[in-house]
Ligand binder design. Structure first.
Ligand code: ATP
Ligand code: MG
Length: 464
């Protein structure tokens, strides 16, 4: 470990010399400063473990030095040296976060003990920070939002089956959180410290997928310049998620049945198998039963995968999860974009809960990411949804399926209509007041009212 680095601040040269000598003989690295100004410069440019400062100096007080030291990202421990009798300021310093204080004349033995303790505290602090980071990393990987009875029930089974090695089949529409559930099964079980590998079986042509999953030997096909481990082997001891299993072609399905049966894989171009201890989780957004009927999915594979089935309902069937998911992603993206977004206005939220989310949690996540990155205010207003939607529809943006955009526009319209109606009612249909509340001009309000058919309910007698 590097030598602890200590800064000594005192305007009396003798004290600095005594302390410097004492600290150096105790194995510390020492820097000194003869006044507050010099100390502040050094604090801002150096990285000290401990700062020892006199409480009373010509230019700055020790309290000032303490405040600046504590504002540094490296967060040193601060010890104050006080003149006999100035206990009040010392107590104030302790309240502000100083580690301790010592009265003059200095008891050097006591000083050494205090510094050792301060360094010990610093070590513990950094260990805690490290542990907290670990925990956060773990949580951010497992963070699964589940408030609806359906999701809570799924989590109950996840808890139980995470301790087993059974094959699990997760069914659900696209974006419902199948991969999150698979990852949770892995992380809650004894395999958590081994790899979790997700493979999209629909993304690669069959021969490539086979060599990805099972590996190949050198020369097995043109371009196979080296032996290559397959993902089953890479995930040995851990878990493999075979995503979009319904897209796997039939010959490969036969090979997969063998893996499930014998717990061994055969590399492409190799005659002997390799044992693997990889837990298999499969996921699909297609109905495997209908694929079986169409002859596109093998029944024997289905039964081997279907040992424990989990069916994830679409978000529109578990609306209790919508608000918690919105909050979860607002928190995530506020942190990412360093914004202070508190959430949605109630009318925005209620419309978002009514929305059907055809793309499920993934659509919801993308929506929030964009909202947070575009929003300038801490509470998201219905009017901001419009910016978001129009940007989403810009051709330069990532392609998104048209129906989703149209549905979101419909959603925006509902929100806008509700919001305008609410404001009009609140102001007893007074247009001037309402335009002020809405932050739009009179003619825009008329146009919007006409668009939403609000004019039909509008009573002419209320025009001021
Ligand atoms: N219950 C949940 N809690 C927290 N995040 C979730 C939840 N469900 C889904 N998500 C998030 O939504 C996104 C989509 O989830 P995931 O990839 O697990 O869906 P999927 O069902 O595997 O989708 P696909 O069928 O398209 O592969 C991910 O970013 C995921 O983190
Ligand atoms: Mg997936």
């Amino acid at each position: 470990m590097a030598k602890p680095f200590i800064l000594v601040v005192d305007d009396q040269a003798e004290i600095r010399q005594v302390l410097e000598k004492l600290l150096k003989t105790n194995g510390y690295q020492v820097e000194d400063a003869a006044d507050g100004k010099e100390a502040i410069e050094k604090i801002k440019t150096g990285v000290f473990d401990v700062v020892i400062t006199d409480l009373k100096m010509e230019d700055y007080s020790g309290i000032e030095i303490l405040r600046i030291a504590m504002a540094q990202p490296y967060d040193p421990e601060v010890l104050l040296i006080t003149a006999f009798g100035s206990v009040d300021s010392a107590v104030e310093a302790l309240k502000m976060g100083a580690y301790d204080y010592l009265e003059k004349p200095l008891d050097l033995k006591k000083l050494v003990v205090i510094i050792e303790r301060a360094l010990e505290k610093r070590k513990l602090k950094s260990e805690i920070v490290g542990l907290r980071r670990e925990v956060e990393k773990y949580h951010s990987r497992t963070n699964i939002v589940a408030e609806s009875p359906q999701m809570l029930k799924i989590l109950e089974s996840v808890k139980l089956l995470s301790r087993t090695d059974s094959t699990v089949l997760i069914e659900g529409e696209s974006g419902t959180g199948k991969e999150v559930i698979a990852r949770t099964i892995h992380l809650w079980g004894p395999r958590r410290n081994k790899p979790f590998i997700a493979v999209n079986c629909g993304a690669l042509p069959a021969p490539l997928l086979e060599s990805e999953l099972f590996g190949h030997v050198k020369g097995a096909f043109t371009g196979a310049a080296k032996n290559k481990k397959g993902l089953f082997e890479e995930a040995d001891g851990g878990t493999i998620l075979l995503d979009e299993i319904g897209d796997m072609d039939l010959p490969l399905q036969i090979k997969l049945v063998r893996v499930l049966q014998d717990a061994e894989v055969r590399k492409v171009g190799c005659n002997f198998p390799v044992n693997v201890d990889t837990r298999i989780i499969a996921a699909t957004n297609r109905k495997l039963e209908s694929l079986i009927k169409e002859g596109k999915f093998r029944e024997d594979l289905f039964y081997r995968l279907h040992v424990i089935p989990i069916s994830v309902p679409p978000l529109r069937e578990r609306r209790e999860d919508i608000a918690p998911l919105l909050n979860h992603f607002i928190e995530k993206y506020s942190r990412k974009f360093k914004k202070k977004i508190r959430g949605f206005l109630p009318e925005t939220l209620s419309a978002l809960i009514q929305y059907d989310w055809p793309g499920n949690a993934r659509e919801l996540e993308n929506f929030v990411e964009r909202m947070v990155s575009l929003s300038g205010s801490s509470l998201i207003k219905p009017s901001e949804l419009k910016n978001f939607i129009s940007l989403r529809e810009r051709p330069s943006e990532k392609p998104l399926s048209r129906p989703q955009n149209l549905k979101l526009s419909a959603l925006y319209n509902t929100i806008e209509k509700e919001h305008i109606l609410k404001i009009l009612k609140k102001n007893l249909w007074n247009i001037s007041k309402s335009t002020k509340d809405l932050g739009i001009c009179r003619s825009s309000l008329w146009i919007k009212m006409k668009k939403h058919g609000i004019g039909n309910h509008y009573n002419k007698e209320n025009i001021e």
